[in-house]
Design a protein around this ligand. Structure first.
Ligand SMILES: Cc1ncc(COP(=O)(O)O)c(C=O)c1O
Length: 443
């Protein structure tokens, strides 16, 4: 019953019969006029809240969110035929379902423009602090506390250019060429490349549907790189007992854990788990980034570590002349100070919840993984099928990515990694996801 009501309301919003900003009737009123119980209405509203269609304004009721831009007509997916696909970068007009790209169609707000305009008037320092602008560090320390449960004094936080830049600096500061470093398998290829370029001996560490398999970690690693909030790419969220086991392992091994929290702000339908760092700030180095909450093009990230590690990173950074430019730092500070970033992240959580519901809805019944967080999910397929689906989809104007590609060694898991950030609209996502369904079903 509540499902039916939710579907009717969704259709009304999609078709423009209910528009952004419109207030919905109170639960009691709607229940009475439909002749259903109040619970049915409450549950339908809750479902639509979770998907991002509705928002509550304190004390004043339930409103339709701003979805107008999402219901733009979808680009056509090309039919069968023999045209040779352009390489992904050149496939103009293609719908891009590859992971790693946020939706930036709503970034250009008055707050965004104001922050950059004001930031451009900042007085640059003659000798930049390798730890970043003090004002931004204080704002970021506050941000990671309220958004990710990372309690740290600003002294422990350094501004970087992104999560991978943070990892690179960490490796340069605390590791030596030849050190054995654990990386998730399958895992984030750029992290592997960065550590390999610093001369580390990479040790692939298996992951399962929950994330890193802690019992399988060797005792002689100096560091393990991991994505506990949303394993990249399989999407597992590391459960609390494994988190504790991982911290105990790090203490026993005398190793550091590099926690890449690249998309930890986005969680759907499930209670958020705070960052691992909060459980043991002495063995975890937290790597955050603006790459998903805004875009990688902002070039700002943050690293939080215990004081000796933070100092070593700052010193090494100065040696390497690696720095974050002052204008993006100041823009980021202004966005944080005025609450604009938090508002934007809340809005994007709704946007991504709708996108994820669209993809998951189109792929319902297929074996999905990792769809409770982040900006991508995985559809498992039998070995060999994903690469075939990827080729056929490219021919028909949809760009896909395979799980196989994220392995350093022989693939242990097969499937497609579906990113829902890059598509221009919900309509495009729906069209492209239907094609994925068709291709996966065809085998
Ligand atoms: C696993 C993972 N970590 C980090 C990042 C972002 O890194 P950076 O902040 O260096 O751009 C991404 C972006 O796609 C990612 O997928």
């Amino acid at each position: 019953m509540n499902e039916q009501l939710a579907a009717q309301l969704r259709a009304a919003m999609r078709e423009g019969r209910l528009v952004a900003g419109e207030r919905l009737p109170a639960g009691r009123t709607l229940a009475a006029s439909l002749g259903v119980s109040r619970t049915v209405v409450t549950e339908a509203y809750e479902q639509l809240y979770a998907e991002g269609w509705l928002e509550g304004r304190h004390g004043s009721g339930t409103y339709v969110t701003d979805i107008a831009t999402d219901i733009a007509p979808a680009p056509e997916v090309r039919g069968g035929g023999t045209a040779v696909a352009a390489p992904p970068e050149e496939a103009a007009g293609a719908i891009d379902l590859r992971p790693g790209v946020p939706f930036i169609g709503r970034l250009d707000t008055p707050a965004w423009r104001r922050a950059w305009r004001l930031a451009a008037t900042v007085t640059p320092a003659a000798r930049p602090d390798p730890r970043g602008l003090p004002g931004l560090r204080a704002e970021l320390a506050d941000y990671v506390r309220r958004s990710r449960g990372v309690a740290c004094p600003p002294e422990r936080l350094l501004v970087t250019r992104g999560a991978t830049n943070g990892l690179d600096l960490l490796a340069a500061a605390v590791l030596r060429p030849g050190d054995r470093v654990g990386v998730e398998e399958p895992g984030y290829g750029k992290a592997r490349n960065i550590l390999a370029a610093r001369g580390m001996e990479l040790v692939p560490c298996p992951v399962d549907e929950h994330g890193l398999v802690v019992d399988a970690l060797p005792g002689d690693l100096r560091l393990v790189y991991t994505t506990p909030s949303h394993q990249y790419p399989l999407g597992g969220v590391l459960p609390v007992p494994r988190r504790q086991a991982l911290l105990a392992w790090a203490r026993r091994a005398g190793a550091l854990i590099a926690e890449d929290d690249y998309d930890g702000e986005f969680r759907y339908d499930v209670a958020p788990l705070p960052a691992l760092y909060g459980l043991d700030p002495d063995v975890v180095v937290y790597l955050g980034t603006a790459a998903k909450i805004l875009t990688a093009d902002v070039g700002v990230g943050w690293l939080v570590a215990r004081p000796d590690v933070a100092e070593a990173v700052a010193a090494r950074r100065a040696d390497l002349s690696d720095r974050t430019a002052v204008v993006p730092q100041e823009a980021m500070r202004l966005l944080l100070e005025r609450g604009d970033l938090d508002r934007y992240v809340r809005r994007m959580r709704g946007e991504y919840a709708r996108r994820r519901a669209t993809v998951a809805g189109a792929l319902e019944g297929l074996p999905l993984r990792g769809d409770t967080a982040g900006l991508h999910l995985v559809v498992e397929t039998p070995p060999g099928h994903a690469a075939r689906a990827e080729r056929e989809a490219a021919r028909r104007g949809v760009l896909l990515d395979t799980v196989e590609r994220h392995h350093a060694g022989p693939p242990r898991v097969s499937g497609l990694v579906i990113g829902y950030g890059a598509a221009p609209s919900l309509g495009a996502l729906r069209t492209a996801s239907s094609l994925v369904r068709e291709l996966v079903a065809a085998g």
